[in-house]
Design a protein around this ligand. Structure first.
Ligand SMILES: Nc1nc2c(ncn2[C@@H]2O[C@H](COP(=O)(O)OP(=O)(O)O)[C@@H](O)[C@H]2O)c(=O)[nH]1
Ligand SMILES: [Mg+2]
Ligand SMILES: [Zn+2]
Length: 316
């Protein structure tokens, strides 16, 4: 009889998955049958999945993926419309944005916040590298995101400011770290728990240069009882099969204004008497949020959805 055990996927490589079973990490390869049940998805298994594995066989085999409580997915790339599942079974996501080197990107932040809204994953914003902030910048960004509302945590991974606050928000939960390459995700995690020893800075530049080397998400157990998933940089996060009418619901800060638009189904991009447009004009709503919205709206328009000139990869 096969000895079936349940484990948690902590990392996915091209051919094998790293699965934690009773405190031990085993290499396991997915059974071929898992690739026959994809139904439009690109990958059968993601970091965070709970799986059943059979211990006989070398490497051991993943027989089944247990039902997901939630997941975060995106359109695989501009040229591949399939859905790629990035992580599964998570409690929350931290968007890590740095204030400089690289500079803060509203567009990147707004896209992932919209994706979290779509997948119903609670999200927070971490503003890292506050030691490099320009006068007034921190307050402006904070105000924009608190209006959504989103919790904002200011950190400096370099000297440790704000790291305790971040660690407290992560205790006992499965947290995803998402952000531009270089924002400081690995440095923050290493500072929180020095033993984690995640590759940082200079070495990650080496990984960036070699586009075809493995860039993977990895789930780390924390001493606080929680888990952290460090993800590789994704340049453009696009949702899979989003419809035009869905986009406005992914911007909760528009809600108090859009009830006053002349047309109840207003898309806020061309209609007369649009209260969202007026709110941006009156600086009651951040112009950066509105332009992120318009960009996402345009992408899902059937006439503009196909972008033949897009670069081959959306990953960093
Ligand atoms: N000045 C400053 N540099 C930081 C801070 N956090 C991280 N860094 C540096 O930013 C670079 C990229 O950090 P890393 O953690 O690898 O970013 P990741 O790609 O998001 O994992 C490294 O050289 C870090 O030392 C910070 O708060 N302030
Ligand atoms: Mg990193
Ligand atoms: Zn409107």
């Amino acid at each position: 009889m096969t000895d079936l055990r349940t484990g948690r996927v902590v990392r996915v490589d091209a051919k094998v998955c790293h699965v934690e079973v009773d405190g031990e990490v085993l290499l396991a390869s997915p059974r071929g049958s898992l690739f026959e049940e994809l139904e439009g998805r690109k990958n059968p298994i993601a970091v965070g999945d709970l799986v059943e594995i059979s211990l006989d066989g070398d490497p051991v085999g993943i027989e089944r993926v247990l039902e997901r409580r939630n997941y975060l997915g995106r359109r695989a790339s501009s040229h591949d419309p399939r859905e790629q599942v990035l992580v599964a079974n998570v409690d929350q996501l931290f968007v890590v944005g740095s204030l400089a080197q690289p500079g803060f990107s509203s567009n990147r932040t707004d896209r992932i916040l919209a994706a979290c809204c779509w997948h119903e994953i609670p999200a927070h914003l971490v503003l890292n590298k506050i030691d490099l902030a320009r006068e007034g910048e921190l307050g402006r960004i904070r105000a924009t995101y608190e209006a959504i509302p989103i919790d904002v945590i200011e950190t400096c991974a370099k000297d440790g400011r704000g790291v305790d606050e971040l660690a407290a928000a992560m205790a006992g939960k499965v947290s995803v770290f998402y952000g531009a390459s270089g924002a400081g995700k690995s440095t923050l995690l290493n500072r929180m728990q020095p033993g984690l020893d995640i590759r940082e800075g200079k070495v990650s530049k080496y990984w960036k240069a070699g586009r075809h080397t493995t860039s993977h998400s990895q789930l780390h157990a924390l001493d606080s009882g929680g888990w952290a998933i460090d993800t590789p940089g994704i340049r453009v996060f696009r949702l899979h099969e989003l419809r035009r009418c869905d986009v406005r619901d992914l911007f909760p800060d528009f809600e108090p204004f859009q009830t006053n638009c002349k047309f109840p189904n207003c898309t806020h991009d061309h209609e007369p008497d649009c209260a969202v447009f007026d709110a941006v004009d009156a600086e009651e709503l951040a112009a950066s949020r509105y332009s992120s919205y318009l960009e996402m709206l345009e992408e899902v328009d059937p006439e503009t959805a196909l972008d033949e000139d897009a670069p081959p990869s959306d990953d960093e």
